[in-house]
Design a protein around this ligand. Sequence first.
Ligand code: HXC
Length: 293
Amino acid sequence: MFKEGLLKGKRILVTGGGTGLGKEIAARYLQLGAELWICGRRGGVLEAAAKELTGRHGGSVRTHAVDIRDAAAVDAMVQRIWDETGPITGLVNNAAGNFISPTKDLSPNGFNAIANIVFHGTFYVTHAVGRRWIADGIKGSVISIVVTWVHTGSPYVVPSAMSKAGVHVMTKSLAVEWGRYGIRLNAVAPGPFPTEGATKRLRPGGRFEDESQMNPMRRVGRTEELQNLVTFLMADGCEWLTGETIAIDGAGYLGTGAAAYYLELDKLTDADWERMRALIKAQNDKDRAGRSA
Ligand code: HXC
């Protein structure tokens, strides 16, 4: 779909680039000639991803272990990037956290675990990069991965829905404020693209594919479709396109809104939720164990 070397000369940071959709986005950018930085909380996972990606596509993938909830650590990462390889030209805000839970059962800590990553962390990275772009006169591009519930809201994932809606509004706000510097910001709102992180926390014990009949196109997303969209947005040629959030969901949110799957959750008993919580906890524990690596 895109010509070889399309992204040559671009240097791109993908947050949460060691796993899931972030890794796939990084892979396509690398394949098209960009130099990559990927960051995430688990150093070992990042190293393995960098090795895998360069093994597949060659090129350069550098890593930086960071928790984007920590603003000072984010700033230190961005300064390291500037010092070691020079300014990035593109940023993909992909890192996120989420799990399903009845909102009445959330603790303040549970709310913050998500809001601090998605709402605060995304701002910290965008701010650390954007202010350097403005100082250096660089016309950078930001793509934030949100979700279609920025339009519909969504029950049982309220901290994520609120936080992603904030990122959607940040995209519009900064597109205007930073437009005069040539900096553009867009967002992509994917419907279900099954990854391990999302499946284990949002469909514990189940699969996104099981609900594909509810989608107007009767299927879930294909990774390459998302890769193509973020490539189009990152490439040169449409610099006037800014401040937009583009859904890629087979018209899912227009067809069924937030209701289709989540109404099913209304039927769950307390015991069902206990079971879900245990499955989500097992995934969180597994991920946490890798963070010291
Ligand atoms: C209620 C829960 C819970 C659950 C955790 N908590 N899981 N509460 N139900 N299932 C509470 C804990 O009890 C604790 O509060 C607080 O959250 C922090 O939990 P930790 O496990 O210590 O947090 P941490 O290790 O920092 O992990 C952060 C995380 C985790 C967000 C909870 O899920 C994570 O790291 N996720 C990253 C990857 C990810 O989520 N990927 C999916 C993204 S999908 P207390 O009060 O007990 O201390 C996505 C959109 C997809 O973003 C859209 C598809 C359509």
